[in-house]
Design a binder for this molecule. Structure first.
Ligand SMILES: *[C@@H]1O[C@H](CO)[C@@H](O)[C@H](O)[C@H]1NC(C)=O
Ligand SMILES: *[C@@H]1O[C@H](CO)[C@@H](O)[C@H](O)[C@H]1NC(C)=O
Ligand SMILES: *[C@@H]1O[C@H](CO)[C@@H](O)[C@H](O)[C@H]1NC(C)=O
Ligand SMILES: *[C@@H]1O[C@H](CO)[C@@H](O)[C@H](O)[C@H]1NC(C)=O
Ligand SMILES: *[C@@H]1O[C@H](CO)[C@@H](O)[C@H](O)[C@H]1NC(C)=O
Ligand SMILES: *[C@@H]1O[C@H](CO)[C@@H](O)[C@H](O)[C@H]1NC(C)=O
Ligand SMILES: *[C@@H]1O[C@H](CO)[C@@H](O)[C@H](O)[C@H]1NC(C)=O
Length: 555
C-alpha cells in the first residue's frame, strides 16, 4: 500500500493509464496484456466496394456509417431490423420507454450523484458463437454446393471476422456515450484536480470501451481526469463486473433453461425460412441452426464490415422472431426465470449500496473483490461521478439482483410472440451494445409531487410541506426511466419513476439475502424446465414446480 500511495502521489496528473511500470499494481495496469482474453482482428472493411446500395426500389440514403437500407420482405412500415438483434443491436435509445414518461427537474432540485454502468461496444463474435460452426460448414463444403438467387453470394463467401474485440462502430458507440454523459453530467466532475476512479475489467474490449468512453467524456487527455482500474476477468476470480466467473452453477443445465426455451421457439419461427433457403442451395442441407447462424452473421458482419448480405435473407417477421429468441434466452439464463438470476448480479448491487451509504463493505460479499473494495484508493466512497463497465448478461443479472420485478412477468411463452404489453423484457431495449444504466441521486428542497400533473407551475412541482428537503433515486436505462414503483410498491406509483432514497435503501436491505448467493451459485439443486422459476433464485421445494412439457431441441 505504501508503494501504491507514493506511486499515485509521484505520478500526479501524468498518463497513469498508459504506463506499465513495474511498480504499478496490477489493477491500474491497462496495457491490455494481462487477462485480456482471446482476441483476433478481422479483415479491414471495404464498404465502398462491398455496399450494394442504392437498392432497387429504395430511395437512396447514404450509409452512416453502417448500411441499413437493405430491403426486407414484409417491411411495409419501414421498421428497422437492425434494432431487432437483441444484445447484438448497435446502440439505440429504448424507443418504448419502461412504463413512464420523462420529466424535467423541478426548480431548485439538483442532481448530486450519478453511477453509470455501461456495457462494452459492438464487437466481433465471441468464441463459441454459432457463427463459427456455420463458417466452418461453408468452408468445408465450398466448391461442392451451389447456391442461387438471394443466396448466390454464399458461393464465394468467406468468413472474414475476428473474435471478441471491439469493431469500429463499437468504439464510436462508447466515444458517443462518453460525449453524451459529459453533456448530461459533466458538472459532477470535481474540478479540484482530483482524479476519479473509473472501473472496468482486464478484458481487451472492456479496457478499450472504458478508454473510448473516457476520451468522449474528458477528451484525449482523460488520463489527467480519471484513473482506470481494471478488475481481473477470469473464471474463479471475484469480479462484480463479470459476476458469472464466480458462479459455476451458471454453466450447468439448471441455469441454461433459457437456451432450451429459445431453441424451441427458433425451431418454429425459422421453419419456413429454413425450407425456403434449403431450396436455394444444392449439396448443403441447410438446417435451422444454419438459418439462426445466418441471422447472427447479419448482425456481426454489419457492425464489422458495414454491410452484410445475410440481412436480406429474412422477412420482417423472422427478424421479430429473432429478437424474441434472445429475450427467451436472457430471461431463462440470466434474469428472473434463472436460478442464478439474482446471485450473479448481487455483488455489484452491494457495491452501489456501499457507495450510496458511504460505507465500505466489511466482509466478502457475493462476487465482490473485497481487497479492492475495502479501501478508498481502489473503491472511493465520495465520488459524485462513478463510471463502471460491464457485460450484457451481467447487467441483466444486476437488474434482477436489484429486484426490478417489472422484468419478471408474465413469463414469455415459447410458441408465439405475445403483444407488447405482455413482454416484460426486450433485450434490445435492455442491453444493446454500449447499453448504459444511469442511477442518479436527486436532492429536492421539498418533496416532489407523486403525480406531476397535480403540481402547478407555481409550486414548481413540489408538494407540501415545502420545508422538507428530500432525496430521490432515479434509474435510467438507455435514456429512459425505469419506474421504481413498478417493482417496489413502497416507492409509490410516481409519474417520474423516482423513489425516495431512504425508501429505496430500505427496500434493498434484504437484496443480498434474497439473492442466495452461496446456494444459487454453488449449491446442488435440480434443473427444472423453463417457466417454473419466477424470482431469479432456485426453487425451494419440489411442490413449487408446475411441470411444463419442455421439448429440448439441440441447435
Ligand atoms: C469441417 O471439416 C473439419 C475437417 O474435416 C471437421 O473437423 C469439421 O467438423 C467440419 N465442420 C463442419 C461444421 O462440418
Ligand atoms: C481534466 O483535468 C485537467 C487537468 O487537471 C483539467 O485542465 C481539465 O479541465 C479536466 N477536464 C475536464 C473535462 O474537466
Ligand atoms: C482481487 O484483486 C487483486 C488485485 O487485482 C488480485 O490480486 C486478487 O487475485 C483478486 N482476488 C480474487 C479472489 O479475485
Ligand atoms: C444431405 O443429407 C443427405 C440425406 O441425409 C445425405 O445423403 C447427404 O450426404 C447430405 N449432404 C451433405 C452435404 O451433408
Ligand atoms: C476492511 O477494512 C477494515 C478497516 O481497515 C478492517 O477492519 C477489515 O478487517 C477489512 N476487511 C477485510 C475483509 O479486508
Ligand atoms: C471472493 O468471493 C468469495 C465468495 O463471496 C469469498 O469467499 C472470498 O473471500 C472473496 N475473495 C476476495 C478477495 O474478495
Ligand atoms: C474524497 O476523499 C478523498 C480522500 O479522503 C479526498 O482526497 C477527496 O478530495 C474527496 N473528494 C471529494 C469529491 O470530496
Amino acid at each position: 500500500m505504501q508503494k501504491l500511495l507514493s506511486y499515485l502521489f509521484l505520478t500526479g496528473s501524468s498518463a497513469l493509464g498508459a504506463l506499465a511500470l513495474d511498480d504499478v499494481p496490477d489493477y491500474f495496469v491497462t496495457d491490455r496484456k494481462h487477462f485480456a482474453g482471446p482476441k483476433a482482428t478481422g479483415i479491414a472493411p471495404f464498404l465502398r466496394a462491398t455496399n450494394p446500395a442504392p437498392f432497387p426500389g429504395v430511395s437512396y440514403i447514404p450509409n452512416s456509417p453502417l448500411e441499413t437500407q437493405v430491403p426486407i420482405a414484409g417491411n411495409d412500415h419501414n421498421e428497422n431490423i437492425f434494432e431487432l438483434f437483441g444484445h447484438l443491436s448497435h446502440y439505440f435509445p429504448n424507443p418504448e420507454g419502461f412504463g413512464v414518461d420523462e420529466h424535467s427537474l423541478p426548480t431548485g432540485a439538483q442532481i448530486t450523484w450519478v453511477n453509470m454502468l455501461s456495457r462494452h461496444g459492438a464487437r466481433y463474435p465471441t468464441l463459441g458463437s454459432a457463427a463459427f460452426a456455420f463458417a466452418d460448414k461453408v468452408k468445408n463444403l465450398t466448391g461442392t454446393f451451389e447456391a442461387k438467387d438471394e443466396l448466390k453470394f454464399l458461393n464465394d463467401w468467406i468468413f472474414t471476422l475476428g473474435y471478441e474485440i471491439l469493431v469500429p462502430i463499437g468504439k464510436q458507440e462508447l466515444f458517443e456515450s462518453g460525449t453524451l454523459h459529459y453533456y448530461q453530467y459533466g458538472h459532477l466532475y470535481p474540478n479540484d484536480g482530483n482524479k476519479i476512479i473509473a472501473r472496468s475489467t482486464t478484458q481487451d474490449r472492456m479496457v478499450e470501451s472504458a478508454e473510448y468512453f473516457l476520451a468522449g467524456f474528458f477528451g484525449l487527455g482523460w488520463t489527467q481526469n480519471a484513473t482506470l482500474e481494471v478488475i481481473i476477468e477470469k473464471p474463479g476470480y471475484n469480479n462484480s463486473l463479470a459476476g458469472y466467473f464466480l458462479c459455476p452453477n451458471g454453466n450447468k443445465p439448471a441455469a441454461r433453461q433459457g437456451d432450451h426455451a429459445s431453441a424451441q421457439w427458433i425451431a418454429s419461427y425459422l421453419a419456413d425460412a429454413t425450407e425456403r433457403l434449403d431450396a436455394k442451395i444444392q449439396g448443403f442441407n441447410w438446417t435451422i441452426a444454419d438459418s439462426y447462424a445466418a441471422q447472427t452473421l447479419c448482425a456481426y458482419e454489419t457492425v464489422a464490415l458495414g454491410y452484410s448480405a445475410f440481412c436480406g435473407l429474412f422477412t420482417l417477421d423472422e427478424w421479430k422472431g429473432h429478437e424474441y429468441s434472445i429475450d427467451l434466452a436472457f430471461t431463462g439464463n440470466n434474469m428472473f426465470q434463472s436460478p442464478v438470476g439474482r446471485a450473479t448480479g448481487i455483488g455489484y448491487v452491494q457495491e452501489i449500496l456501499s457507495r450510496l451509504t458511504h460505507h465500505h463493505l466489511q466482509e466478502p460479499t457475493g462476487q465482490v473483490n473485497i481487497t479492492l473494495d475495502n479501501n478508498t484508493v481502489t473503491f472511493p466512497l465520495n465520488q459524485s461521478l462513478n463510471l463502471d463497465f460491464s457485460h450484457d448478461t451481467n447487467i441483466a443479472h444486476i437488474l434482477t439482483a436489484f429486484g426490478l420485478t417489472q422484468f419478471a412477468s408474465p413469463i414469455l411463452p415459447t410458441d408465439h410472440i405475445p403483444p407488447l404489453d405482455e413482454r416484460p423484457l426486450i433485450v434490445s431495449h435492455l442491453t444493446p451494445f454500449a447499453a448504459r444504466l444511469d442511477i442518479e441521486v436527486i436532492s429536492a428542497p421539498s418533496p416532489v409531487c407523486q403525480s406531476r400533473s397535480e403540481c402547478t407551475y407555481e409550486t414548481n412541482a413540489f408538494g407540501k410541506p415545502k420545508d422538507q428537503p428530500t432525496q430521490y433515486i432515479h434509474f435510467i436505462l438507455n435514456q429512459r426511466t425505469i419506474p421504481l414503483g413498478r417493482s417496489f410498491a413502497e416507492c409509490g406509483e410516481r409519474d417520474d419513476g423516482w423513489c425516495e432514497l431512504g425508501t429505496f435503501l430500505d427496500v434493498q436491505k434484504d437484496s443480498l439475502e434474497r439473492a442466495e448467493f452461496e446456494y444459487s451459485c454453488f449449491g446442488e439443486y435440480d434443473s427444472v424446465p423453463y417457466g417454473n422459476i419466477k424470482d431469479g433464485v432456485p426453487l425451494k421445494k419440489e411442490t413449487e414446480r408446475e411441470y411444463r412439457p419442455d421439448e429440448q431441441i439441440e441447435l
